[in-house]
Design a binder for this molecule. Structure first.
Ligand SMILES: [Ca+2]
Ligand SMILES: [Ca+2]
Ligand SMILES: [Ca+2]
Length: 287
């Protein structure tokens, strides 16, 4: 099922009757800014197209690990950054790729006179209780102008596995962020292509402020952790996009629980239980 969030569904016979209403709708901002909820098996995600709340909820087996994951940009080397929600929202289309009745994908399209930004989210859940979830995010910038665009794309990511102060984060290779809490939960993000600059911090508010102030932000390459506490990270891609050209980033977010060690122990426990059950069945059969 594909459902547009922009216009109400109407039956064909009602189209003429609805034409006047549609004209009124088109005269207003075309696309609703309503929150989009994706759901797939044991996990869900909430994305707010119209505000910096951005991707604000990622619940896996009842645990919400997302605080904020969102995009900012700067054109040129001067001035501050702007969050993508400040652009015009041109489209917001949610769809149900696996036909289970729940939307698992949404494509958001923003634009201004020189470029468009598309954010394409796909959620893949796992059966409840496994602690596993994947979110694939493709961010695409299309230069619709007739000149090269000196484009700087920022992805800010604040996840909380737990606010017990034990979240630990390291960004490696400007393409991987790994946040852990003890031995149980992990949130990982891998980005392609590798960013030009990246930062890991235990002061999310300061990093966020740097994206909302009036000065150019450059994340550098040295503040990549490890850090612990309330951690957050950001990637920065610095690209010259040719006239009519496209720059695309793929991001793959995943949660993992439990650790392989725990799985091994759990597996050993199940083998022991299974052997005991087999012995009981054999004892019953022999009696
Ligand atoms: Ca679905
Ligand atoms: Ca800034
Ligand atoms: Ca955090």
């Amino acid at each position: 099922m594909v459902s547009s969030l922009s216009l109400p569904r109407v039956r064909p016979l009602r189209l003429l009757v609805a034409a006047g209403i549609c004209a009124a709708v088109l005269a207003a901002p075309r696309v609703a800014n309503a929150d989009v909820i994706l759901q797939d098996r044991g996990s869900s995600a909430t994305i707010s197209p119209g505000s910096q709340a951005g991707w604000s909820n990622w619940t896996i087996d009842g645990r919400d690990v997302a605080v904020k994951d969102w995009f900012w940009y700067r054109v040129g080397s001067a001035g501050g950054e702007t969050s993508v929600n400040a652009l015009s929202l041109l489209g917001a289309t949610a769809s149900d790729g696996n036909g289970d009745g729940f939307n698992d994908r949404v494509v958001l399209t923003y634009g201004e006179s020189r470029f468009q930004v598309t954010l394409d989210y796909s959620l893949t859940g796992h059966p409840s209780g496994e602690g596993l979830s994947n979110l694939q995010l493709i961010a695409r910038v299309i230069n619709t102008s007739s000149s090269p665009l000196d484009f700087h794309l920022f992805n800010f990511a604040d996840f909380d596995i737990n606010l017990d102060g034990l979240d630990a984060l390291t960004v490696t290779g400007r393409n991987t962020a790994l946040q852990t809490n003890g031995t149980l939960w992990r949130v990982a993000s891998t980005v392609t292509p590798r960013a030009q600059q990246a930062q890991a911090t235990n002061n999310p508010a300061a990093l966020l402020s740097s994206l909302n102030d009036g000065s150019p932000t450059n994340l550098g390459t040295t503040l990549v952790g490890p850090v612990s506490g309330d951690t957050a990270w950001a990637f920065q891609w610095d690209q010259s996009i040719a006239a009519g050209g496209t720059f695309q980033v793929s991001e793959n977010y995943g949660t993992v629980v439990p650790e392989p060690m725990t799985l091994t122990l759990l597996g050993a426990g199940m083998v022991t239980l299974g052997a005991a059950a087999l012995r009981r069945r054999r004892a019953v059969a022999a009696s």
